[in-house]
Ligand binder design. Sequence first.
Ligand SMILES: C[S@@+](CC[C@H](N)C(=O)[O-])C[C@H]1O[C@@H](n2cnc3c(N)ncnc32)[C@H](O)[C@@H]1O
Length: 224
Amino acid sequence: MFKGLIAEKYDEWYKEKLGKFVDEVETNAALDLLSPRSGMSLLDAGCGTGNFSLKLARRGCKVLGVDISADMLAIARCKAEQEQLPIELLEMDVYDLRFADNSFDGVISMAAWEFIKDEETAFAQLYRVLKPGGKLLIGTINQNSPWGKLYQDIARQDEGSVFRHACFKTMEDLRKLKPEELIDTRECLFVPPNAPEHMINLTGEEQYKNLEKPGFIIAVWEKK
Ligand SMILES: C[S@@+](CC[C@H](N)C(=O)[O-])C[C@H]1O[C@@H](n2cnc3c(N)ncnc32)[C@H](O)[C@@H]1O
């Protein structure tokens, strides 16, 4: 699904004003919840072109990124090499992680959960490879938000869209996964996709908080 031109053009979104802002808001929330420390071993599940893997590696984390798309991984590899960041990148399906139990200090999955249809199986895999005491963080587009609606519309209208393969979730869906070990949740990206240019900033994010549903939701579990 994330192949060829789709993979090649993926990072262009992060160069646009709105894409940059979306990334900033989601990154701030995720890093605040995960509190990555230098030396930590982290699995980035559905790492794509390495957007989060690189951010974590720059903070001194030992990052291993996995993805089912060889094309996305090739771009991630290039970027890691350019910055000389020692990120390990492997083609692997989150439903079938080839790692021993309790392998990582932390597991993160950003903007990939949308493409996971069997949540229980994928979640069990991510949890299995996490060390006791470690955090698992999942961040995903909120189905019930202007952003969720936009991507669902694109999926209906555009046959070639990756969102045809998506299955958007709600915070309730995330909360149902191992509720006894869920330690935190966060909502962000209140700025909607059709916001005027002058509102695409952190002030706009504050102002839209009471007006719009959050476009991105994050949940964090701590393994006992
Ligand atoms: C929207 S991209 C997000 C990439 C990156 N995490 C980011 O924040 O930019 C979603 C990625 O999830 C990957 N993906 C989807 N299903 C997967 C699966 N079952 N196992 C591994 N990766 C998967 C896709 O190949 C794609 O690279």
